[in-house]
Design a protein around this ligand. Structure first.
Ligand SMILES: O=C(O)c1ccccc1NCC(=O)[C@H](O)[C@H](O)COP(=O)(O)O
Length: 258
């Protein structure tokens, strides 16, 4: 699946406009601090709530999909940050959702896509992202280091995603991200297992914020993340399938407040 997605991304990147680094000026962009919001959620893991219509593993997740309405509900229900899927081909997302959502909520926004090229970083800033996802499994050491450096120069924060101990080492060899996301989804089988987060935790430096990603479904999952001092959690499907986002978020946090 990842190979298929990356082939498609190469096609998309080929038609993006090129840029001259010296001519970039993003000083007028207002930046909403992403990692800061995560770090400040002390009594429970911070919620990064994902706006996700469909996925390669589940097909359509939400039929009547209104990204702005969902984002507004997430903000009202107490999410710390939002993740907006912008990939069209596999997740039925759109870059336009990022722009639209930015105009209706005040939360920091993560552009969730498969970033492999500098041009996508410029596109992310121009379309209102505060942070981007960089997936270690999609990038060589050199590419990861370069993309992380450019994103930082452009005022974007990076959530660097890993699946293994080896990838954590790769990440620390080339950059020192403020946030590492451990993806609980095995990209070969699509099976999610929250234990995956706990198995990799000890390899992450104390000063790096840890986000557990994918397959988080119950209050007991959230409580165990909290008990393991995981700083944040990225949740898509569980929230998108809920009849009431507000009730679902309250239910997920239930065991942390008791
Ligand atoms: O969601 C998928 O099927 C998927 C397949 C291949 C690559 C990535 C995929 N998901 C991206 C994500 O990381 C999730 O959208 C995110 O972590 C939220 O996961 P969930 O709460 O399980 O929807």
């Amino acid at each position: 699946m990842l190979t298929k997605i990356l082939k498609q991304k190469e096609k998309e990147v080929a038609v993006l406009p090129s840029f001259i680094k010296g001519e970039l000026d993003f000083t007028d962009k207002d930046h909403r601090p992403f990692a800061y919001k995560i770090a400040n959620s002390l009594s429970m893991p911070a919620l990064i709530a994902e706006v996700k219509k469909a996925s390669p593993s589940k097909g359509i997740i939400k039929e009547n999909f209104n990204p702005v309405e969902i984002a507004v509900e997430y903000e009202k229900a107490g999410a710390s940050c939002l993740s907006i899927l912008t990939d069209t081909e596999f997740f039925q997302g759109d870059l336009q959702y990022l722009k639209d959502i930015r105009n209706h909520v005040s939360l920091p926004l993560l552009r969730k896509d498969f970033i492999i090229d500098e041009k996508q970083i410029i596109e992310s800033v121009e379309n209102g992202a505060d942070a981007i996802l960089l997936i270690a499994a999609c990038l060589s050491n050199e590419r990861l280091g370069k993309l992380h450096a450019l994103a930082t120069e452009c005022g974007l924060e990076c959530l660097v995603e890993v699946h293994s101990q080896q990838e954590i080492q790769q990440v620390y060899d080339v950059c020192n991200p403020s946030m590492i996301g451990i993806n609980n989804r095995d990209l070969k089988t699509f099976i999610t297992d929250i234990e995956h987060t706990f198995s990799l935790l000890s390899s992450i430096k104390k000063e790096t914020l840890v986000i557990s990603e994918s397959g988080i479904k119950t209050a007991s999952d959230v409580k165990s993340l909290f008990d393991h001092h995981v700083n944040g959690m990225l949740i898509g499907e569980t929230l998108m399938r809920a009849d009431s986002i507000e009730n679902k978020i309250r239910e997920l946090y239930h065991d942390c407040s008791n």
